[in-house]
Design a protein around this ligand. Structure first.
Ligand code: DGJ
Length: 539
């Protein structure tokens, strides 16, 4: 049975702008508060995975592709290290980049390039030896006592110019050797900032710190020009370092974009979901959520800031997703732990309009970053993300189109597994967890033990409202109940539940769910499926 209803016809009455169709460079489009990544002229949902840090050599790539295929990923995030492309100053070697491009194309994967330059987790470890050993030309930050800190200072043009030259050479290589845009996004630097040193306390930095904040920053923040301390109080040193780090990265990104204007983003070492962090504990300078306004003002060449999520507590993960999904910032999760417990947040990210998602440490090189991520990539660990990606992969562009132009709700099981609800139009939708597919937990006339997944950190889903009474639903280890909202029109009911898929924006039904499959909610357990739910009112 083929029901030819295009997404345009399914769209809500409030007309939404048409999405770009012409083939262009990858770029971002804003649709109200939502963002869309356009690749090959079409909306793209990045079903990504990031390899381990040292997998940026041809020898490691055979350990990458089988796992990416196993995950049904369409994109791989891979580092390119300054030390590997410019081992000798001025002499560039792009052999790994070419191997990566060739193999990614052969394996039908898009690439996100991670530029490991001045900062890699704040450290200069990926800079060439001629950089990391020359502290006069490329000075480290000074601590409050005048000692050398481990992080390179953002204050020196020598360092900035050298990093920029290498990055521009990389972008030129892409311009010349990647006309098909296998590389869709670029991340200049990796987790910028400095730990236990809120700013450089050397003479150059101190002289700048003594001056008023730049007028552009004060204006962007809606504050009067004043000293750093007057404007930022206890966070003054960190605000100063954030401005200068962001400006440094911006100059590198802008120079790269002048050669090939791919979208560029930066990733954040996070420091707690809600409080303004301790400036000595946080990676000061990085794009944590509370300093996004500084990054936005200092780095207009950066398309978006993005959270690296390794804190698996559900409220924290959701707080991070909410903090980075902003009208002025596309939500993309460039790193998240690869353990099973993190996978359910994929749904929460999708519901917030995420343009991409990538668990970290996804290759078969035998390295595992437990306790941040999984102890091993065993079948349950991989299936937790692979089952979701397998469902989304064939409809990735359709989903990206829908998410840009329709209300969506993403839900992930919380710490205690209680049900969660939302209201979309006249309908209240509830996601329950730890239920068998049949019956109710509350039944006393027949006994049952809880299902084995009730005690596992699994469960979630996403709902898109296609029209007033019609919804797309996906999920796993979840029970969705649909009901008329309190105070809404009487006699609301499910009219029809169809399992199916989307083909180029057209819904295709494979079967209709009814009877046991709908009498106790829509129970999607270990086989994620795509449902279309039509609601109505009887009179
Ligand atoms: C975040 C960094 O961005 C990654 O490169 C990696 O070091 C992880 N932390 C930890 O495995």
């Amino acid at each position: 049975m083929k029901i030819a209803i295009t997404l345009a016809l399914l769209a809500t009455a409030a007309a939404t702008p048409a999405l770009a169709q012409e083939t262009t460079l990858p770029h971002l489009e804003a649709h109200g508060a939502r963002h869309t990544l356009i690749v090959d002229g079409k909306p793209f949902l990045m079903l990504g995975a990031q390899v381990n840090n040292s997998s940026n050599y041809p020898a490691a790539l055979p350990a990458v592709w089988p796992l990416l295929d196993r995950l049904h990923a369409n994109t791989v995030e891979v580092p390119v290290a300054w030390q590997q492309i410019e081992p000798v100053e001025g002499q560039f070697d792009f052999s790994f980049v070419q191997t990566l491009l060739d193999q990614a194309r052969a394996h039908d994967k898009r690439v996100v390039l991670l530029w490991f330059g001045t900062w890699k987790n704040t450290s200069p470890s990926y800079t060439p030896d001629w950089v990391k050993l020359d502290n006069r030309r490329f000075p480290r930050m000074k601590t409050r006592t005048g000692a050398d800190h481990g992080t390179l200072s953002a204050m020196f043009r020598t360092t900035l110019e050298a990093d920029k030259r290498a990055f521009v050479a990389l972008m030129r290589y892409l311009k010349d050797h990647d006309p098909q845009n296998t590389v869709i996004l670029v991340q200049p630097e990796n987790e910028t900032g400095s730990y236990r040193n809120p700013r450089d306390y050397g003479a150059v930095a101190n002289a700048l710190f003594a001056k008023p904040v730049p007028a552009a920053l004060a204006k962007a923040l809606g504050k009067p020009v004043g000293t750093w301390t007057a404007l930022f109080g206890a966070q003054a040193d960190r605000a100063f370092n954030t401005w200068h780090t962001a400006a440094y990265v911006n100059e590198i990104a802008a120079a790269g974009k002048a050669v090939k204007p791919l979208p560029m983003y930066v990733n954040a070492a996070l420091a707690g979901p809600s409080n303004v962090p301790d400036p000595d504990g946080v990676a000061s300078g990085g794009p944590q959520q509370d300093v996004l306004p500084i990054w936005k003002a200092a780095a207009p060449a950066i398309d978006f800031e993005a959270p690296d999520i390794y804190d698996g507590k559900a409220p924290d993960v959701l707080a991070y997703l909410d903090a980075y999904a902003r009208p002025d910032n596309a939500l993309m999760v460039p790193e998240i732990g690869n353990a099973e417990a993190f996978a359910r947040f994929f749904w929460a990210a999708l519901g917030r309009g995420a343009i991409g998602y990538a668990p970290f440490g996804m290759d078969e090189t035998g390295y595992y970053n437990y306790p941040l991520g999984a102890k091993a990539l065993d079948a349950p660990t991989l299936d937790a993300i692979a089952d979701k990606y397998a469902l989304l992969a064939p409809i990735a562009s359709d989903w990206a189109t829908i998410a840009a132009t329709h209300p969506t709700w993403g839900v992930a099981k919380g710490e205690d597994g209680t049900a969660q609800s939302t209201t979309m139009g006249d309908w209240t939708i509830t996601a329950g967890f730890g239920e068998w597919q049949f019956g109710q937990k509350s039944w006393s006339w027949i006994k049952s033990e809880p299902p084995e997944w009730a005690n596992r950190p699994v469960g979630g889903g996403v709902v898109a409202q296609l029209s007033a009474d019609s919804f797309l639903v996906m999920g796993d280890h979840v029970r969705f109940d649909f009901a008329g909202r309190t105070g809404g029109p009487a006699n609301g009911m499910i009219v029809r539940v169809e399992e199916g898929t989307l083909k180029n924006g057209t819904w295709v039904t494979s079967r209709v769910w009814n009877g046991d499959q709908t009498d106790y909610g829509l129970n999607i357990i270990d086989r994620p499926v795509l449902l279309r739910v039509t609601m109505g009112h009887f009179r």
